[in-house]
Design a binder for this molecule. Structure first.
Ligand code: NAD
Ligand code: WQD
Length: 343
């Protein structure tokens, strides 16, 4: 039987590349679409090295309807799409909101139009816990109210979810979707052949930790230790990227089994909250490397604490956390070391 073909936009990116590997290992045939605006072609070599074969990739922009259409036509029988392609730098989105609305909202609308034309009706969308803003109760469930976003980036995720809801309730398009609300993805593939490749100075915690440990950055600044949390630093739910990638595979399977009526939302985290200091210590324990860090002022816009209730994903997607925070940190460090070796 022919393998089911899944279009993966942003498939050369951090989460996309890990998902492509898991899709192949689960017996699907992914096809990557990426414009490499935030990734490098060598990611494709990493994917090929893990799988022992290359995965097709079309270098196109998801805002280009004609180019997308031609990918659907060339590839034929695509049965579903996972849409990762987006910009994700929160700070930059505050500086350049239109860049974010154009790319994140525009590319989704273009993709949906082409999917409608091509009669491809299954979409898995990358959403984010950012839609919950500063939640009043923890852990957050999928029923926790979505709040006004605290950045244009966050707002693009909220708007994209609303577009998918409107589409599902219109009843005309036939497109059904699953929006996965990721918490904080960290870590890398156990092979250390793919991982997070931040361009420039990382704004996310874990790449900043690994680059500091590697001597690329001098010191990590922890943004505030006067929050109402066990040690005063922010609480987050750090989920291993391979566990997150697997959630996409089960979401695709659920869609293809016809189990999704219109739109479904799932939190994808671990269900555990860890402080920034706990994350730093987990890194040190897992790697034996002492980290140079200091406590600095709060970062504007930070959510004091958030972590997921993952009951729904566990029960309906069969989602499992297989990695501890230490294991995730160790994999991020192995990946950092492999990047150093390449130099
Ligand atoms: P990433 O930047 O590593 O990957 C995104 C990929 O999409 C990149 O390879 C980039 O080149 C590509 N891309 C961007 N715009 C494109 C376009 N118009 N056409 C074609 N390709 C395009 O990011 P990631 O961390 O893998 O995130 C993937 C998705 O998950 C994004 O939608 C992001 O907003 C969402 N998300 C990420 C996080 C996180 O912390 N990493 C958390 C929640 C949600
Ligand atoms: C984690 C914790 C920082 C860097 C962002 C987006 C969110 C989502 C995930 C996409 C925080 C602290 C960080 C540093 C630090 N992305 N920190 N020093 O802020 O939870 O979420 O990425 O949807 O939308 O906002 O992730 O990795 O930036 O920070 O102390 O140098 O680490 O204050 O508590 P965040 P992060």
């Amino acid at each position: 039987m022919a393998k089911e073909k899944i279009l993966v936009t942003g498939g050369a990116g951090y989460i996309g590349s890990h998902t492509v590997v898991e899709l192949v290992e689960a017996g699907y045939e992914p096809v990557i679409v990426d414009n490499f605006s935030n990734s490098e072609e060598r990611v494709l070599d990493g994917i090929a090295a893990i799988l022992g074969r290359s995965v097709p990739c079309h270098r196109i922009d998801c805002n280009d309807a004609a180019a997308l259409r031609s990918v659907f036509e060339q590839e034929q029988d695509i049965v579903g799409v996972i849409h990762f392609a987006a910009y994700k730098a929160v700070g930059e989105s505050v500086e350049q909101p239109l860049k974010y609305y154009h790319n994140n909202v525009g590319s989704l609308v273009t993709l949906l139009q082409v999917m409608e034309e091509q009669k491809v009706h299954n979409l898995v969308f990358s959403s984010s816990c950012t839609v919950y803003g500063i939640p009043e109760t923890l852990p957050v469930t999928e029923q926790t109210p979505v709040q006004k976003a605290n950045s244009p980036y966050g707002n693009t995720k909220k708007i994209c979810e609303e577009i998918l809801v409107d589409l599902a309730s219109s009843g005309n398009s036939g497109i059904k979707s699953i929006a996965l609300r990721y918490f904080n993805p960290i870590g890398a593939h156990p092979s250390a052949k793919i991982g997070e490749l931040p361009l420039g100075v990382p704004s996310n915690l874990v790449p900043f930790i690994t680059q500091t440990a590697a001597g690329i950055r001098e010191q990590l600044t922890i943004f505030g230790n006067d929050y109402d949390t066990p040690d005063g630093t922010n609480v987050r739910d750090y989920v291993h990227v391979v566990d997150l990638a697997k959630a996409h595979v089960t979401a695709v399977a659920r869609m293809l089994q016809g189990k999704v009526q219109d739109i479904e939302f799932f939190n994808v985290g671990t269900g555990r909250g860890n402080t920034v200091l706990e994350a730093v210590h987990a890194f040190e324990n897992a790697t034996g490397v002492k980290l140079n860090y200091k406590i600095g002022p709060r970062r504007a816009g930070d959510v004091p604490k958030i972590y997921a209730d993952v009951t729904k994903a566990t029960e309906e997607l069969g989602f499992k956390t297989t990695s501890t925070l230490e294991e995730a940190m160790k994999s991020a460090w192995d990946w950092q070391l492999s990047l150093q070796k390449d130099k």
